[in-house]
Design a protein around this ligand. Structure first.
Ligand SMILES: Cc1ncc(COP(=O)(O)O)c(C=O)c1O
Length: 380
């Protein structure tokens, strides 16, 4: 029997046809005016995406590369930083901070929850020598949204403390304008809402962060922001870049900007709400108390292994993600970021209803689909 595989994982996500077409072209050489022209177009679009006049760097790496670049270029050994650690990727900030000899305060949050404003304020008040706050805007492992506006306001008041935001699953899902919010370093990756294959990471840094570049004493070679910024200002990259991905990025950024950032954020918010309400109507429990609009994490029903449920979904053509670490086998994560529309949401909910019934969790067909339809309908 033919079964099509539909990708509903929170990265990589499906590719739009325009991107696939761009990726299928013969390669061009990067040390050419032809490449420079395309790269400059990409840069101009990235500035629009983030509403900034500052250059936005592109690295050939997965998202973690730009996380590492943030730590090694804008801090020095021994710098005290606050890590807001609410999941797998918060933990990654902590590991990076430790690896490069920063002095991190680990603010551990229970997975699925967000930070407490008072507690964070207290930590900041008690640590006047704090050099940075590191956070995920959207913690993909727990599908949790952390409010960065509040942190931006705090960081703006501090002369020598920068706010570093992992926006890997928030840029292209929300309107994320670092200069309005007060984010000093914002990073993202290509395989999420930018609708590309993995291989590129993006790094924005503020004027306040730029002052750190000459002071940082951490060794760096490939992820050297100063060296890269100099080359990229001329429309080139320090090393051989992923040329075809840059060409495809030019296409996907056009799609994003043509839709409009406000429309894009609204679409994601409606898809997320429809997914959340649909799974709740099926009697399932959400993983997050502060859910992100990029993906919805949901507990597998009592007594049903999440990975077994995922297998049922895969049998009928839906690849969703499971849980990481202690959430393994307990949850499903259903993506709705990037190249997804409302009908994709209806499709995956319909599939989930079939998979749940197959595995022995009896629900009336159409319950979740109806809920999602109602939400979509009321927003059309
Ligand atoms: C929030 C977040 N941070 C960091 C990463 C790591 O990115 P990469 O796997 O591209 O290195 C991911 C990937 O899923 C992510 O979702």
């Amino acid at each position: 029997m033919l079964v099509k595989e539909r990708l509903f994982t929170p990265g990589p996500v499906p590719l739009p046809p325009q991107v696939i077409k761009a990726l299928g072209q013969q390669i061009i050489h990067h040390r050419t005016p032809e490449f420079t022209k395309i790269f400059k177009e990409v840069k101009a679009k990235l500035k629009k995406l983030l509403k900034t006049d500052r250059d936005v760097l592109v690295f050939t790496s997965s998202g973690t590369g730009s996380m590492e670049a943030s730590v090694i270029n804008f801090f020095s050994k021994g710098d005290k930083v606050l890590v807001i650690n609410g999941g797998k990727f918060g933990q990654r900030w902590l590991e990076l901070a430790k690896t490069f000899s920063l002095n991190p305060i680990n603010y551990q949050i229970e997975w699925g929850k967000t930070y407490n404003q008072k507690e964070v304020e207290e930590i900041i008040d008690n640590n006047p020598d704090l050099k940075g706050i590191l956070v995920q805007h959207s913690e993909t492992s727990t599908t949790t949204y952390h409010d960065v506006e509040f942190l931006g306001k705090l960081a703006k008041k501090l002369d020598d403390c920068i706010l570093v935001v992992d926006g890997i699953t928030s840029v292209g899902v929300y309107e994320v304008y670092p200069e309005e919010i007060g984010i000093d370093i914002l990073i993202t990756g290509s395989q999420k809402a930018l609708m590309l294959p993995p291989g590129l990471s993006i790094l924005y840094y503020s004027e306040k962060a730029e002052k750190r570049l000459n002071k940082s004493d951490i060794p760096k070679y490939y992820f050297d922001v100063k060296k890269e910024a100099k080359k990229q200002a001329e429309g080139q990259t320090a090393y051989t870049t992923a040329i075809n991905l840059i060409i495809a990025l030019n296409e996907s950024l056009s799609l994003i900007l043509d839709e409009g950032l406000e429309n894009l954020a609204r679409r994601h918010s409606i898809m997320a709400e429809a997914t959340r309400e649909a799974v709740k109507s099926l009697g399932l429990k959400l993983l997050s108390e502060s859910p992100s609009n990029s993906a919805t994490g949901v507990y597998s029903p009592e007594g049903i292994n999440g990975d077994a449920l995922r297998k049922e979904l895969l049998k009928i053509g839906f690849r969703v993600a499971g849980g990481q670490d202690h959430l393994k086998g307990k949850i499903l994560r259903i993506a709705h970021m990037g190249y997804f529309d409302y009908m994709d949401v209806l499709q995956v909910i319909a599939g989930l209803e079939i998979a749940l019934n197959k595995i022995g969790y009896k629900i009336e067909f159409g319950t979740g689909v109806k809920k999602a339809q109602e939400i979509i309908f009321s927003n059309l």
